[in-house]
Design a protein around this ligand. Structure first.
Ligand code: SAM
Length: 260
């Protein structure tokens, strides 16, 4: 099974659907809104830093970091998403490099090391090998550089019937997308579960020092079945999943430093 070809075809189609979706609100972004969420905005100071965004989709977050003063490079498997990202950068007159590549092949196209590597929300499940992923991150960071990820919590996937623990074989499923256009055509997609311990262990084995691991009982995105919008003092909506009267962890973040 050619998992990359299947996932690329699905993400090419999703990128077209997402560009026109309310979920991604591209007109709002063009008008000057950020696509970034309170979680990562509070965690990172990117002004004047070089930033590599892994699995950048069609570049909204990448370009939002650019608006905050970062020198950005985005990498994604989907050629459609990368074409859209380049077009958005031109339209918004933002400086950004976008590389179309499988993450595991990306190092061949990276010509520098970065101050910050960022990746977020719906990224790890597409990757079969977390140790190779973490090794690539460590190699692409400058000494003293920072890795930051914000990801959906694997317990949320468990609640949907996926394995929490790593499995030898991936899940192969027909899936529609997660935006409001979810009645669109289904595509075959190939995913792997990754436990929190597997993520942390891969980063530690790659030589990074983990400086923070946080878990959140809300998602900034209304991207799953059964979420309810909660009361919040923040301007942004927060979505919760309640199981047997308790909040389910929906997002986690990891911060790490490359010391040498
Ligand atoms: C859920 S999206 C990332 C979402 C991002 N937070 C956003 O909302 O813009 C996942 C991205 O991973 C990319 N992707 C999947 N497998 C990949 C791989 N092997 N190498 C690089 N990118 C990959 C897809 O093309 C897709 O754009």
């Amino acid at each position: 099974m050619d998992y990359l070809a299947l996932n690329k075809a699905a993400w090419d189609e999703r990128a077209k659907i997402h560009l026109a979706s309310k979920f991604y609100d591209v007109p709002g972004f063009i008008a000057g809104n950020t696509s970034l969420q309170e979680i990562e905005l509070e965690a990172l100071d990117v002004q004047g830093k070089s930033l590599l965004h892994l699995q950048c989709h069609f570049g909204l977050d990448t370009l939002s970091w650019s608006r905050l003063g970062a020198n950005v490079t985005g990498v994604d498997l989907s050629s459609t998403a990368i074409e859209q990202a380049r077009a958005l950068a031109r339209q918004c007159q933002l400086q950004a490099d976008f590389i179309c590549s499988d993450i595991y092949q990306a190092p061949a196209q990276l010509t520098q090391q970065f101050d910050i590597i960022y990746t977020s929300y719906g990224v790890l499940c597409w990757l079969p090998d977390l140790q190779r992923w973490a090794d690539i991150i460590a190699a692409a960071l400058k000494t003293g550089g920072q890795f930051y990820m914000a990801e959906f919590h694997p317990v949320q996937a468990l609640m949907e019937g996926y394995s929490y623990f790593a499995q030898a074989e991936p899940d192969v499923e027909q899936e529609a997308t997660y935006t409001e256009n979810s009645s669109s055509k289904k595509h075959t997609m190939v995913t792997w579960p990754h436990s929190l311990a597997d993520v942390v262990t891969a980063l530690l084995n790659a030589g990074l020092e983990i400086t923070a691991l946080k878990e959140f009982d809300f998602s900034p995105y209304d991207a799953f079945e059964g979420l309810v919008e909660g009361q919040t003092s923040s301007e942004r909506p927060r979505y919760y999943l309640v199981h047997q009267g308790q909040n389910v962890p929906l997002v986690y973040t990891v911060s790490a430093i490359k010391n040498r």
